[in-house]
Design a protein around this ligand. Structure first.
Ligand code: PLP
Length: 266
C-alpha cells in the first residue's frame, strides 16, 4: 500500500513579481502554506522589487492558452484565482480559457495598480474585467479604488461600501469582499462581505502601522482560493483568509528597502 499523500490543487492565474513578495510568487507561497498544491498560469512577467515595478511584459496568448491546456490535461484543480491580468488581450485570453475548462470556483482579485503607482491593468481593460470576467466569479476581492472603478460609485464610507457590494453582485459576481483598508481616517480596517444568499457581515482588524504590506491582496485571495480548494464554504474561506493576512502583516519580515513583503510563516 502506498502512503503517498494527496493534496488538493489550486491554480493562480497571474503576473509574476521578481521581488517575490506579491503576484504569482505570493500566491504560490500562500497556497503552499495552506497545505494545498499550487499550479500557475503566468500571464505577464514583471521586473519588480520592494521599491517598485521597473518593467513588465505581457505574455503571448498562445502560451497562455497552452498553459491552461497543459493543466486541464493532467491536474485536478479544485479552485482558481486571477491576479494581475495586464491588458484587454490577456483578460480575454483568461476569460476564454476559464469558459473552456472547469477549474472550480473562481476568485477574481481585480488588481489594477501596484502600491507604488505602477499600472498592472490597462485602463481600457477595466470594462472587460467588469463585463466578461466578473460574471464568471464565485468571489471578487476588490479594494476601495478597484470597487469604485468597477461600479462607478464613490465609496467614502461604510454605507457606500454596502452599496458597492450590491452593485458588484449586479455585475454577476456571486460573493463579494470589499476591502476597506483605504478608508484613511479609521483606526480599524473594516472589510464588507456580501454573500450569494444575501447574508452580509463585516470583518474588522486593527490597522497596523507598517510599510510591510506588499502583496496583501494577493495573499488574501490566494489563501481564500486554497481554502476553497480544500472544500471550505465561502464564508469560512473568507474568514480564514482575513486571519491569515492579518497575522502575516502584523509580523513583517525585512526584505529590500521599500514596501516589504508579508510574513507568510506568521
Ligand atoms: N505585482 C504583481 C504582479 C501583482 O499581482 C500585485 C498585486 O496583485 C502587485 C505587484 C501589487 O503589490 P502591492 O501589494 O505592493 O500593491
Amino acid at each position: 500500500m502506498s502512503d503517498l499523500k494527496q493534496y488538493p490543487q489550486a491554480l493562480s492565474i497571474a503576473g509574476s513579481d521578481s521581488g517575490g513578495g506579491a503576484g504569482m510568487q505570493a500566491d504560490l507561497k500562500t497556497i503552499q502554506e495552506r497545505h494545498v498544491f499550487g499550479a500557475t498560469v503566468l500571464v505577464a512577467i514583471t521586473a519588480q522589487n520592494t521599491i517598485g515595478v521597473q518593467d513588465a511584459l505581457p505574455l503571448p496568448e498562445t502560451i497562455i492558452d497552452a498553459q491552461f491546456k497543459s493543466l486541464a490535461a493532467d491536474l485536478a484543480i479544485k479552485a482558481c484565482k486571477t491576479g494581475m491580468l495586464a491588458d484587454v488581450t490577456r483578460v480575454r485570453a483568461v476569460v476564454r480559457n476559464l469558459k473552456k475548462y472547469d477549474f472550480g470556483p473562481l476568485t477574481v482579485d481585480p488588481v489594477m495598480v501596484a502600491k507604488g503607482g505602477a499600472p498592472l491593468l490597462s485602463e481600457d481593460a477595466v470594462a472587460v474585467v467588469r463585463d466578461e470576467l466578473l460574471p464568471l466569479a464565485t468571489l471578487a476581492t476588490p479594494n476601495l479604488p478597484e470597487a469604485e472603478k468597477l461600479t462607478g460609485l464613490t465609496i467614502d464610507d461604510e454605507a457606500a461600501m454596502k452599496q458597492a457590494g450590491i452593485a458588484l453582485q449586479g455585475l454577476g459576481v456571486k460573493n463579494v469582499i470589499i476591502k476597506g483598508g483605504h478608508l484613511s481616517a479609521d483606526q480599524e480596517s473594516n472589510d464588507f462581505v456580501l454573500l450569494e444568499n444575501g447574508e452580509s457581515f463585516w470583518l474588522t482588524s486593527k490597522r497596523v502601522d507598517t510599510i510591510r504590506t506588499h502583496g496583501t491582496g494577493d495573499t488574501l485571495s490566494a489563501c481564500i482560493t486554497a481554502e476553497l480548494a480544500k472544500g471550505a464554504n465561502i464564508a469560512d474561506a473568507i474568514r480564514t483568509g482575513k486571519d491569515f493576512v492579518e497575522a502575516a502583516i502584523a509580523d513583517g519580515i525585512i526584505v529590500g528597502h521599500g514596501h516589504g513583503p508579508l510574513n507568510h510563516w506568521a
